[in-house]
Structures are given as structure tokens and as C-alpha cells.
Ligand binder design. Sequence first.
Ligand SMILES: Nc1nc2c(c(=O)[nH]1)N[C@H]1C(S)=C(S)[C@@H](COP(=O)(O)OP(=O)(O)OC[C@H]3O[C@@H](n4cnc5c(=O)[nH]c(N)nc54)[C@H](O)[C@@H]3O)O[C@H]1N2
Ligand SMILES: Nc1nc2c(c(=O)[nH]1)N[C@H]1C(S)=C(S)[C@@H](COP(=O)(O)OP(=O)(O)OC[C@H]3O[C@@H](n4cnc5c(=O)[nH]c(N)nc54)[C@H](O)[C@@H]3O)O[C@H]1N2
Ligand code: SF4
Ligand SMILES: [Mo]
Length: 757
Amino acid sequence: MIAPLPPPPVAKTPTNTWLREWHGPLTADLVQTPGRFGLGRIPERLKPDATTTVVCGFCATGCGLTVHLKDGVAVNLSADPLYPVNLGMACPKGWEALTPLAAPDRATTPLLRNASTGAMEPVSWVRAMHEFTTKMKAVQAAHGPESIAFLSTGQICTEEMAFLGGLFRSGMGGRHCDSNTRQCMATAHVAYKQSLGFDAPPYTYADFEESDCLVFVGSNPCIAHPIMWQRVLRNPHHPSIVVLDPRRTETAMAATLHVPLAPKSDLTLLYGLAAALLEKGVVDRRFVDAHTEGFAEFAAFVAAFTPERVCAASGLARETFDELVRVVAAGRRVSFWWTMGVNQGHESTRTAQALINLALMTGNIGRPGTGANSITGQCNAMGSRLFANATGLAGGRDFRDAGHRREVASVLGWPEECVPSEPGWAYDQIIDGIESGAIRGLWVVATNTAHSWIHQGRFRELAAKLDFLVVQDLYADTDTARMGHLFLPAAGWGEKEGTFINSERRIGLVKRVRRPPGQALSDFHIFQLIAAAWGCGGLFREWRSPEAVFQILKRLSAGRPCDFSGIADYRHLDASGGVQWPFTVADATESGVGGGPEAGALPGKWRERRLFEDGRFFLPGGRARFIFDEPRTPAEVPDAEYPFVLLTGRGTSAQWHTNTRTGRSDVLRQLYPAECYVEVHPDDAARLGLTVPGRVRLETRRGTLDANLYVTPTVPAGSVFLPMHYDGVNRLTASSFDPHSRQPSYKHCAVRVTRGN
Ligand SMILES: Nc1nc2c(c(=O)[nH]1)N[C@H]1C(S)=C(S)[C@@H](COP(=O)(O)OP(=O)(O)OC[C@H]3O[C@@H](n4cnc5c(=O)[nH]c(N)nc54)[C@H](O)[C@@H]3O)O[C@H]1N2
Ligand SMILES: Nc1nc2c(c(=O)[nH]1)N[C@H]1C(S)=C(S)[C@@H](COP(=O)(O)OP(=O)(O)OC[C@H]3O[C@@H](n4cnc5c(=O)[nH]c(N)nc54)[C@H](O)[C@@H]3O)O[C@H]1N2
Ligand code: SF4
Ligand SMILES: [Mo]
């Protein structure tokens, strides 16, 4: 493994003279005028004058935050009581959202690595653009156009994602690109697409309140989606709340039934649950016959999953399994919710589909309080699923479909040959491509691969082999940025405008309420600069502002299941507290945009939009499919040498991923342990002679990590849990992927636990 380079110097730039240095054709457009919604005019809402609402930039709950302005600049914020998502609530990250923007060590200028000294040195944007284009083009000239790649994110605006995908694939001639959405939501995307015909989480947050039985699988909303959990707590129906998690998490403690299944035994358990429900006759025949296909085969398949088999595989007591069956059978409005305990597994797509199957067979979809509901992670992972242009073509289309390509070309006014006809490589294939030498230039935008990628030691070794590594981030000291040759300083959430799509498909508005520091530019502006410097600015003539691109995205969505062409503009979104897709032109006419309830956003007047209310799915014939497979053993199971299972996930509601943002808030730092810790069951600690306070050494076949010992019965004996927020956690994890979604299996590998230093 290579030693990380020293942190780069942070340059102070007194003025924005860089703008005058830039003589490209887009110069006039690039001057940042005060945002119409942030700096400057305040949107017309039923609000005091000096505030404006912005959608939060951390998780996909998509809370509305009321930003308090002084002279048009944000000075504080509070939770928006009128926003339909959070109803006046916010979690610690939301309350502290402005703080990381004001960090004194924000990156303020592009940085270029000095080849002789190895130091990162401040350069102008002109020079940075020159370096970017000449180096990337040189890589392409020497190794072919497909030898450059990008890795991006679910944390920039949809308009920016669409620009990046279009710029890279159609403008720069690259092919391989993916985002951290692969680490997070790829499974849900593939599962929905195969089973329902489109990547379409069907629910609306009101379903948390309308369900009489909520089943959370591999999901810890108390920590990871606290405001969704608040919505659960508002449920007036005294619901059963079931949690399937190997750990007794905060959510499991608050549940009415915790099902502590063995790690990665979900698929067997869910098939067993289906079999037991079938035996009890808990099947909605009318729904199954009218709206699905493959049920008979499914029913025959699951018959082999007897309670005995389930209990042997999952380690559950028979009473616990029977109670699970009883509770689900008793529900009239049952909703199934899943997050990373499902998505990050070796058979994750089939596991997600096992949940979809349960919802279909019991007719628990398309009605209030029901659904097979994937909870999204990052603020705009839903935007990246629809518009990143990586594995799917804009608007949830397919690259390989000539009709789809024609549609996109005609909407964009591009020649058809500009629209790629093949998907690019997935994240893991791009990393393999670096190893094989196929990928030589890499551009990392708003993600911290060197910390978050599975088996990170391998990535770090490979990244050192790259001819050219560009990192675009708010901070120049992230683990990935420290390895780069060129650093591009980005404006963050709150310093730019655009839209995010939240977990319930609500398109919400992000506004510019702060000026970015120094020469930092919005990702949108950076893409414009690159397009101009590369010489492909002509393709993006219409892409002059985020809102202009929003209009293009509307057109791309038209006629698709995600059609939101009925949204007029940003002002409409702002006035409505966001709008859930689909929202077609016909919907807009019906609800009277400009004067009706949708646009008026009077408290209590917003309309919730749930999918599949008519029982029609997006597959040919309108029928959903039962999809299933034999369960498999994970790639790496405990043995005599590495006897424990390593679980990883979110540690506290105050930490966000690799902690680049949350680590910069004094308030948030008070809310979590400063040093990495590992949770060990009391029996295991006693057996291993580990005592508190003490240090533990964790070793896997890939690496070693020392952490503080936490002894707690919340983690099952035989497993240990590490929060993902501390560097080094992914030194331990093993490269293993679901074959359908290629999502990494972050939550299962074999580890040895001994006394540490
Ligand atoms: N505070 C905070 N909130 C966040 C984030 C953050 O970094 N910090 N990140 C956001 C993002 S991007 C995401 S994707 C979400 C993630 O949200 P969650 O998925 O809810 O969070 P995790 O802790 O990763 O995993 C959830 C649970 O899966 C369990 N699990 C592990 N293995 C298995 C298994 O085999 N079966 C089952 N049934 N469960 C298992 C773990 O014990 C854990 O409690 O959170 C979002 N919200
Ligand atoms: N072991 C283990 N590993 C995991 C997981 C796990 O459960 N266990 N979970 C996985 C999941 S679900 C996820 S989503 C990933 C997350 O992994 P990452 O995406 O690597 O984590 P972040 O810390 O969110 O990194 C985002 C980066 O973008 C920067 N940034 C923020 N906003 C902007 C912006 O507007 N523009 C630009 N240019 N930069 C910006 C931030 O400073 C930060 O450096 O981690 C994955 N890794
Ligand atoms: S729950 Fe998510 S969206 Fe809401 S304030 Fe917290 S981080 Fe932001
Ligand atoms: Mo995620």
C-alpha cells in the first residue's frame, strides 16, 4: 500500500480575477449572478421575508430546511414546518448543514501536483482546464478513447449528473463511468426493473403512517433515516413494527418484534415466510391473477423452505419465526422496507425481489400503507438512477434500444450517433480496468473512493498506477484527493442550485444561499468549463443553467414512468414543497398549476402520489413478475483462522459516510466517538479476554485495523460491527458482489479478533 501524500497547501485567493483570465466562449455565462432563489429574490411562499426553503443535502429523506438569510446570504437554518416530508423536524446533520460549508480548510483554488516536488500547488482555472483536457486527451490518444473513466455520486444535483454523463460519453468520447450509487442502490434499481419493469419505489412517506404492519429488513432508520422514523412514530394505528437485523439496533429496540436472523440468511427466511403465508392461505388471489405472472412457479419453489430449514439457516428460534408469520399474516396494510442490510449482499437482488414477491402475493402494493419499499441512501441517488447516463440511458432508458436512443437524440437535438449504444463498465469493472491497464485516466467527482470502496487497499494501490487522477471535491484533503494529480474545488450544497429526487420520488429544490469560497465553482460550472475547454461546448449550448437543464430533463422524462413534464419550473417546485413523479402535463392541468392545490402548497393540501394504484406494472402486459433463485453461500465465511463475521454500517446519526463534511462540525463531533470503535458481544469479549477500556485488533485476509473496544449485547455472538465512517474499515472488507447488480457486499466477510494496540 502506498503512503498517503501530505495534505496539499490551501491557497488563499483574494479576488476572483480568474474570471478575467478565462477567455473561452462560455465566459459570459459563467459569471455567477446572484441566484434567483437564494442570493437576491426570495421565493413567494407563505413565509416570513428573510427565509427560504432548501432541500437537505445529506440523506435521501429530503427534508426541507428553512434557511434564514441576511442580505441574501444564509446565516442560520431551522427545520421547515410546512415541508411535506419532515413537517418541522430535522436530524443533527440537517441542523448543522451550513457548518461544513464555512470550514476554514475548504478548497479555494484548483491544485496541480508538481511533478518534481510531489506537492500540490495552486493554479488558475485556465491552467487547470488546460491540464485536464491535455492529459485526458493524451491518455486517450495513447490508449484509446475508452481508457478514461469517471466515478461520481448520488450527492450532486440531477442537472449536474446529467451534464456529467452527457459531457463524458457524448462530448469527451469516454465510455466507462459509474457512481457510488453502485455501492448503495444498484440492487434496488435492478430488482425493481426486473420485477416491476422500472426502477420505481412505489411509496409515499404517508405510508409510514398508514401501515398497520411495517417490516424493516436490513434497515436502521433510527440512525440512518431519523426523520422517516419520526414519520413511523406518527402512525396512529398502533402498528406492528418488525425489524429483521442480526443486530439489536436502535430501531430493533423500538420495534414490536425483532427478528435477529444470522447475517445473510435473509433469502432463506423470506422464502420460508412466503411458504408459511401460502400455507395459511394469506394470498391475494384476485390481485395475483389479475396483475402478476410466475406465481405458480414461485409457490412451488418456496414449498421447500420449511420452518425447520429456515430456523437452521437463520439461527432463529421456532417461536420467533412463527411470530413473524403471524404478525405479517395479521396485517391488513403491510409495508416492507429495506435498506443496506439487503442491498449490500452477495445475493442482494434476489433478496430485494423476495420482498417484492411477498408484497405481490399478499396484494400489499398500490394501496395506502403497503409496498415493497426500498429506502434510498444519498440525497440524490434517485436522480443518479434516472439521469447519470452510466449504466442506463437518460430517463430510465436502455442504451441498447435504438428507439430509446432516437428519443434522447431528438429531445437533445443531437445527432443520433452522439448517443452511446452500449452501457459502460460498473464500478468494480472500472477498478479491474485500472489493474489490467485498460483504464489510465480517472476523474472522481463527489465521492471518496479511497475510503468507501470495498477492499480499499487494492484501490489505493491501483490508483497509484493511474497516469492521471482528477478529484473534484469541497475539500482537498480527502483520502482520494490526496492521491490525485489535479484537484478541482467544488461549491457544495447550499452554494448552487438544482434539484434532488428523494426516496419517495419527490423532486426538491436546492438553492444558492451562500457564496462558494475563493474560486470554488459549482460542479455545473466546472462541467461547462470542461465542455468549452474540450471543444464540445456546442453540444451543450442549451445547457446554460441548471434550470435550463431541468427543462431538458422534463422533456427527457416525458412519456416515461418517471414523467415529470407537468412541473412548470423551479418556482413551481418551490411553491409546492417539491413534487413527486409522475407528474405529467395532464396531472398539472387537473391540479391547476399556477393556482391549484399542487402549486399552492397550502399546508395539508399537497397530494401524495403512490405508484401502482391501478395494479398496472411497467412490464409488457402490465404484469409484475415473481423472480426467485436458490440461496447461495457468501463468498467468504468464517473459519478457524478468521472465526467472526464482520458487519459494517452507519454508526450515529451525526456522521455521514467518510466524514469529510460532518467531521467539520464541532457540534456533530460532540455526538460521536472521535476514534474508531468495534462492537463485540459480551460472551465473545469474555472468551477472548477483552476488557474495557481496551483496544481490539481486527484482521482479515486483506488488512488490519485497531479499534476501541465496545462490549455490547446488541451485536450477536460470532459477529462484530464496525461503523463505516472511520478510515481503514474498508481495508478489511472483501471484494464480493451481487451478480445481477454488481453492488458490493460490504456487510459480510471473515475476521479475526484479538487484543490490539
Ligand atoms: N447518519 C447517517 N445516515 C445515513 C448515512 C450516513 O452515512 N450516516 N448514509 C445514507 C446512505 S448513503 C445509506 S445507503 C443509508 C443506509 O441506511 P441503512 O441501510 O439503514 O444503514 P446501515 O447501517 O448501513 O445498514 C442497516 C443494517 O443492516 C444490518 N445488516 C447487516 N447485515 C445484514 C444481513 O445480512 N441481513 C439483514 N437483514 N440486516 C443486515 C446492519 O446490522 C445494520 O443495522 O443511510 C443513509 N443515511
Ligand atoms: N464498509 C462499508 N463501506 C461502505 C458502506 C457500508 O455500509 N460499509 N456504504 C456504502 C454506501 S451505501 C455509500 S453511499 C458510500 C458512500 O461513500 P462516499 O461517496 O465515498 O462517501 P462521502 O463521504 O459521502 O463522499 C462524498 C464526497 O463528495 C464531497 N462532496 C460533497 N458534496 C459535493 C458537491 O456538491 N460537489 C463535489 N464535487 N463534491 C462534494 C464530500 O466532501 C466527500 O468527499 O460508501 C459505501 N461504503
Ligand atoms: S434526515 Fe436526512 S434529509 Fe432530513 S435533516 Fe437528516 S440528513 Fe437531512
Ligand atoms: Mo449509500
